[in-house]
Design a protein around this ligand. Structure first.
Ligand SMILES: Cc1cc2nc3c(=O)[nH]c(=O)nc-3n(C[C@H](O)[C@H](O)[C@H](O)COP(=O)(O)O)c2cc1C
Length: 352
């Protein structure tokens, strides 16, 4: 295994460790959905379908982008892709940085993934610091193999600052995003964090980028890259980063606050708000939808389920859907959209 492959493999290993989770900071109890004893609809009337870039999907769920780019992840990616295609979830793939740097890498994986799942909604993925350096032509080339429906640019300043091999270069990001939107308006663009969420001020900067398809909050409360890079730094004997990472073990804006911030910053725009980061089940998902999220995503939970096999993954996904259906039924809403548009106004969701 080369350095890149072993870094990606170690990310997966550490991401699955409970020590890299910030569940205590998710504070799901801050949000309450009110129980409706008189739903006035049948359970079978609950309808989770959504439309994404003119495609009809059976759910408002997505699997957040996770590490691609090494042989061990390929099987998992194909498993996630098949399950997402079957159950109507969007699939985000992990960073495509390696293909950007080595043009012939990953060809087969993405071509297979696409060939096997032609209708799957897929989101490509690139880190902000690689995006800043890459030419728009190269980015469009990169998208050819996977043919994603949209491209996500991920923001991970904390991870880059604490990663022994990190590239913490974000200067010129907003300018580059605005330029890319002008040069490639046909590429739907999504901006995501990676587990540390969004403050109001960060969102104000992003709101200057015209025509963003979606903003995926990926807030504090689940997988934490400050923690993961700290553990990796320790393994590598990088004492400064290992100790510094401990000071940042709970750094970030919670998923709940990030969704509320995003609703304030993007509420009047067409940009969708995607809620993710530490989402454990369909009730958490319903809470984020009631606060303003159009879709809800899972990373670690999906990875863990996928590692346990195809049947286990599909059961895990069906359970998340069942939980969301039940949350809708028991708050008296028949669709996620109704919940999103009406729950706050009717005080069916309260939060502190
Ligand atoms: C193993 C693993 C690899 C990841 N790799 C990427 C990546 O390449 N690009 C990206 O945008 N996010 C990546 N993420 C971050 C997730 O998309 C997500 O934002 C974060 O894990 C928070 O969600 P969670 O709490 O449900 O895990 C990765 C997450 C995991 C668990």
């Amino acid at each position: 295994m080369n350095e890149f492959e072993s870094r990606k493999a170690s990310h997966i290993e550490w991401a699955l460790s409970p020590a890299s989770q910030t569940s205590h900071a998710a504070e799901w109890a801050r949000v309450r959905l009110s129980h409706c004893a008189v739903p006035e609809l049948d359970f079978s009337d609950v309808n989770l379908t959504s439309t994404f870039l003119k495609k009809k999907l059976s759910t408002p769920f997505f699997v957040s982008g996770m590490t691609a780019g090494h042989t061990g992840a390929n099987e998992i990616n194909l498993r996630l892709a098949a399950a997402c295609a079957k159950r109507g979830w969007i699939l985000g793939v992990g960073s495509q940085r390696r293909e950007l740097e080595q043009a012939n890498d990953q060809t087969d994986v993405w071509e297979n993934l696409r060939k096997q799942n032609p209708k799957l909604s897929v989101i490509g993925n690139l880190g902000a610091s690689q995006f800043i350096d890459a030419s728009p032509v190269r980015i469009r080339e990169l998208m050819k193999r996977l043919a994603p429906d949209a491209l996500a640019i991920h923001l991970n300043p904390l991870q880059e600052a604490l990663q022994p091999e990190g590239t913490p270069q974000f200067e010129g990001l907003i300018k580059k995003l605005i330029a890319f939107r002008k040069l490639a308006p046909q590429v739907p663009l999504l901006i995501k964090e990676t587990g540390s969420g969004f403050s109001s001020n960060a969102l104000k900067k992003l709101a200057r980028v015209p025509g963003l398809l979606a903003l995926d909050t990926s807030g504090l409360g689940g997988t934490h890259w400050g923690r993961i890079e700290g553990f990796r730094a320790q393994e590598k004997g990088d004492a400064i980063r290992a100790v510094a990472a401990q000071a940042f073990a709970d750094w970030g804006v919670s998923t709940i606050d990030s969704v509320v911030n995003a609703r304030t910053a993007f509420g009047t725009k067409k940009t969708e708000i995607w809620g993710s980061g530490g989402v454990r089940n369909g009730v958490d998902a319903a809470k984020l939808i009631a606060l303003g999220a159009h879709r809800v995503g899972f990373a670690r939970g999906a990875l863990e389920a996928a590692q346990a096999g195809k049947e286990n993954l599909e059961l895990w996904m069906e359970t998340r859907e069942y939980e969301l259906r039940t949350a809708l039924f028991c708050t008296g809403y028949s669709t996620p959209m109704e919940l999103r548009l009406q729950a706050l106004k009717k005080r069916d969701v309260t939060y502190i």
